[in-house]
Design a protein around this ligand. Sequence first.
Ligand SMILES: *Cc1c(COP(=O)(O)O)cnc(C)c1O
Length: 388
Amino acid sequence: MSNFKLADRLAMLPPYLFAAIDKAKAEVAAQGMDIISLGIGDPDLPTPDFIIEALHEAAKKPVNHQYPSYIGMLAFRQAVADWYKERFNVDLNPNTEIVSLIGSKEGIAHFPLAFINPGDLAIVATPNYPVYPVATNFAGGRVKYFPLLEENDFLLDLDAIDEDTWREAKMIFVCYPNNPTAATATPEFYRKLVDKAREFNVIVVSDLAYSEIYYDPAKKPLSIMETPGAKDVAIEFHSLSKTYNMTGWRIGMAVGNPQLVAGLGKVKENVDSGIFQAVQEAAVAALRHGEPHAEKFRAIYKERRDVVSHALNKIGIRHRVPDASFYLWCNTPEGHTSSEFVTSVLKQTGVVLTPGNGFGKPGEGYFRISLTVNNDLLEEAVSRISKL
Ligand SMILES: *Cc1c(COP(=O)(O)O)cnc(C)c1O
C-alpha cells in the first residue's frame, strides 16, 4: 500500500539514537533487575495543591467548557506579563507580545511553519533539544549545527559562525539554562547574540524552559528579553512545566517580538483551538502565587544535586556542578563512548542514564543524569555504578 508509506518529512527523521538503550532496558527488565531511571527530564514531585484546587474550581464554570481563544485568555497573558515584569523586569504587552501555548514544545514545533520557507536555513546550537531541527525540517528548512563546547562553558561561540552563515540564516535556536549540558548564559552572550541577529536580520528563538530551576539566588538565569534590543529580533518560549511540576498540564507561552508572536499565533489559529480555560485559570494561580513552592522545589533539587555530585566525585566521574536545570552533564570514563558506557551501566546495574550523543555529535563523550528521582534512589543508583 504505497499510499500508506510515511511522508518524506517523517521518513527523513534522523535515526533514533536511544534505540540501543531502549533495547537494553527491555532486556534488563525482562531479567527482573529493578530499574532506576535517571534518564527522563520529567519532575517527579506533584503539582502544588493550590493549583489543583484552582483547576477544580475553574472546571466547574460552564463558560470554561466552550472553545477557548487560540491566543489565550487575557487573564493568563496578563499573568505572564506580570510574572515577566516581577522576575526579569521585562515589560510585555499582553495583547501583542504574548501567545499561550499547549506547552512550549507545541509552540517551538509550530514556530518554523510561520517563518521558514522551503530551503531556508536555521542555526541550531548542539547538543540540543531534538524539536528545533525536526520542526525546521518539517517546515522544509535546512539546519546547520554549531557545537556547544566544554572549553567555552557550553556557550555557543558566536564568532565561530561564519559571516556567510549569518547572512544566509533565517533563525537561530538557543536554550539557556541548557538541556542537556545545564550551562547558563551570560549577559554578554545575549548582548552579542542580539547584536549579531540585528546586524544580519536573523530571528532568535530562545528556549527558557529551565529558568526557575536554579541553585544560587545570586545567579538567577536570565531571559534574553532583558537584553536591550532583544524584542527587535527574539521570541522566547517558556512554560509552567518545569517550574511548578506541571508537565502533564500542557500550558506554556511565547513572548517577545510582536510580529513573531503574531506569526506563531496565525499558525495556531489554523491548527488548534487553545488551552482548556480551566487549565489557564490554574496557571494564573501558579504564576501569581507559585513562587514559595518553586523555592521549595529548588531546595529539593539542590540537595539531590549535591548528593549526586558528591557521589560522582568519590568514584572519579568528572562532571560540572550545574548552576541551573535539574541535569548533571558528566564525562564518560576514559576509553568509553557515551553509548558503550550507558549501555554497560544499564546492563550491569539497572540504572538508566542518557547518552550525550543522543542530543547531537558534540554530546559524544558525555552522559546526562536527571535529578527527577528522590535522594534514596539517587544514592542507590550511584552506589550501584560505583561497584562496577
Ligand atoms: C521540557 C522542555 C521543554 C518544554 O516542555 P513543555 O512541557 O512542552 O513546556 C522545552 N524545551 C526544553 C529544552 C525542555 O527540556
